[in-house]
Write a protein that binds this ligand. Sequence first.
Ligand code: PLP
Length: 395
Amino acid sequence: MSALPPINDAHRRQLGPIATPDRLLLGPGPSNAHPTVLQALARTPIGHLDPLYVELMGEVQELLRYAWQTDNRLTIPMSGTGSAAMEATLANTIEPGDKVLVAVKGYFGLRLADMAGRYRAEVATIERPWGEAFSLEEIEAALAHHRPAILAMVHAETSTGIRQPMEGIGDLCRKYDCLLLLDTVTSLGAVPLYLDAWKVDLAYSCSQKGLSCPPGLGPFTMGPRAEAKLASRSDKVPNWYLDVSLLNQYWGSDRVYHHTAPVNMNFGMREALRLLAEEGLEAVWDRHRQNAERLWRGLESLGLELHAPEHLRLPTLTTVRIPEGVDGKAFTLHLLNKHGIEVGGGLGALAGKVWRIGLMGYNSRAENVDRLLNLFETELPAFRPASQKQPVAAA
Ligand code: PLP
């Protein structure tokens, strides 16, 4: 037997077991996972073709349909984060040269446009400033002008805190014969969503926000019109991992191996969806709304300005304007280091201009709102320029 080469220990580290602190995640996501979701994740894995696991897959699919209010057959959690599910919606439906119209009103609209281009779509965009939503008239004018195969938009824009009103958009997409693709990453399990009533053909989301799971799965759903477009493709879906026709052989009745499913993540997803169904959508949506309103009133009473107009404001994500002269980053670092609370900063056009406060899933609770408001009241004044330090609450 020939001698093995010596082991290179240059990268060998002797580490202690992981010891991360408990943080309260009140930023744009991830949000804290529900304690029973964490317990589900810690269970011993079972095989991804075990009949018990196969049964669990069906339960997850059924509860995702409930969460989204859809009857779509092709409703599955993609192995990957929200961006993987986002990419799946585009990869499966775009054929090279297809026109994709993206309604951009923030950072994630730009990501959709970027991804669509990578699948060789002819991408057109319409834009609104970061803090506004589209009107039906604007959407109709753009559909009539561009005549796209797909209209893609973000329901809950995490970069701005804006909710896109959806009523009527699906009808326009039918009128102009295009698919409607909707990002529901910051709305699923928290903000009213009616995919079938809104005539949405494709949607995706994530596990780490309204669903109170850690990041790792990207719920995906595809309606019959999108399925028909997939079935009529002349070429293969150019992404093997995300090809729904292959994935459906595992998630559908055949149960053919495609990739080794992240079984524990799906244990967590099942528990998260079980909790959602137990509470009920109406109660869940109402809880998010009430806690967000408590936050908004509290911030306003401290003299802080909210970036999004109230009628378009997301209950999951509040954008707060950073007051003149305050170093927003220094304050969020202080919250994190001194109090273990994460609050987000601005992205893209809103970088340095806003804080982003998330109240999603398990974290949408009055005690979290009050704890954060108390810190804004007592500790923000130290970060204001001397000229502004006097009574915050009186502003
Ligand atoms: N879309 C929106 C609106 C998001 O907020 C995010 C992430 O926060 C994504 C897409 C991408 O999801 P992920 O980061 O899970 O890949």
